[in-house]
Design a protein around this ligand. Structure first.
Ligand code: NAD
Length: 330
């Protein structure tokens, strides 16, 4: 049998980098494409192309001679970034996804997996901290909070229409807050788990216990570790399921609780300082009923285990950065 050839777009990003490693460990030939190299570790991809996928001709090049595409490239970040850059996000991500899917069809790609988000779910279902977990069908009538979620919804529809009208298999995953090592941890695009690990690492290393939390910290989310994410992606791609599918944990925690778990891992007591900042929806959780039915599997790494790995890595990054900034005596 000839070796399957796989393209991972966004292969220089957090999930894409881990997914390339996962696929290489299983013996596939893998091409990564991104506008940047992975920031924290060299790629394991057989081929890595630096291409801007907003451009049609680059998408044609990226999707040549591959059997499957995992489409992860996106202009994205945490709540701070998503709530302040609507036009840029909608413009860039639409271009990326319209061109990548059409180029994949043009080049005869057999299977295409699009990475959507829990941000597609309507704001009116996420007004309380003690929310009901979100089922896939809850996405409609649509009212995502941000342009980021609207773009994901449109491309979900695009995938379904492409499958109905062309010989291409499409898969759609809706991630719920994926976290882990080798993800963005500072600079404005980081998400809550990475931001809190960084702030708590700084508190531990400087001895100043004050940790800023956006809002009252009572907003709720569920968080899924990266190893479960790559496993779930692979299982979905190889399933026969074409409808959108949640991929996340269903353990709801407040941001205050998340901070407490990380502080315990770091072995320090913190003082939470609640400051104004974008918080996103008030509460959000994943309903994993369909995930279990379709894949016969669900995420299994506990929040504590995943955060311990993540904290260890981010603390080492913070230490390195502090060392660079400390003037050498003499
Ligand atoms: P990430 O930002 O680390 O990775 C995205 C990658 O896309 C980046 O490396 C970026 O450089 C690349 N990219 C941006 N513009 C590009 C362009 N014009 N051409 C080529 N590459 C470009 O994010 P991630 O967390 O790895 O997310 C991967 C996918 O999963 C994204 O589609 C994201 O929307 C989706 N998602 C992630 C989460 C999460 O919790 N991490 C949640 C929901 C959805």
């Amino acid at each position: 049998m000839t070796q399957k050839r796989i393209l991972v777009t966004g292969g220089g990003g957090f999930i894409g980098h881990h997914l390339i490693n996962f696929l290489k460990e299983r013996g596939y030939w893998v091409r990564g494409v991104d506008i940047k190299e992975p920031e924290f570790a060299p790629t394991q991809a057989d081929e890595f192309m630096l291409l801007d996928l907003r451009r049609w001709e680059n998408c044609l090049q990226a999707t040549q001679n591959v059997n499957e595409v995992y489409a992860l490239a996106a202009d994205m970040g945490g709540m701070g970034f998503i709530s302040a850059n609507h036009s840029q996000i909608l413009h860039n991500n639409l271009l990326i996804n319209l061109h990548t899917l059409e180029a994949a069809r043009h080049n005869g790609v057999k299977r295409y997996l699009f990475t959507s988000s829990a941000c597609v779910y309507p704001e009116y279902r996420q007004l309380e901290t003690s929310v009901s977990p979100l089922k896939e069908e809850d996405a409609y009538p649509a009212q995502p909070q941000d342009a980021y979620g609207w773009e994901k919804l449109v491309v979900e529809q695009l995938c379904t229409h492409y499958h109905n009208e062309h010989p291409i298999e499409t898969r759609i995953v809706r991630f719920h807050n994926i976290f882990g090592p080798l993800g963005t941890w500072d600079g404005g695009r980081e998400k809550a788990p990475a931001a809190l690990c960084r702030k708590i690492a700084v508190a531990r290393l400087t001895g100043n216990p004050t940790v800023d939390i956006w809002g009252d910290g009572e907003q709720t989310r569920s968080f899924c570790y990266i190893d479960d994410c790559t496993t779930g992606l692979y299982k979905l791609m190889n399933s026969d399921y074409r409808e959108p599918l949640n991929l996340g944990q269903d353990r709801l925690v407040t941001i205050n609780q998340l901070a407490d778990i990380i502080a315990e891992i770091a072995g320090i007591s913190i003082e939470k300082n609640h400051v104004a900042g974008p918080q996103g929806v008030r509460g959000r959780n994943s309903d994993n009923t369909r995930l279990r039915e379709v894949l016969g599997w669900e995420p299994r790494v506990s929040l504590e285990e995943g955060l311990a790995e993540t904290y260890r890595w981010i603390e080492s990054q913070v230490k390195m950065k502090m060392a660079e900034q400390t003037p050498v005596a003499g």
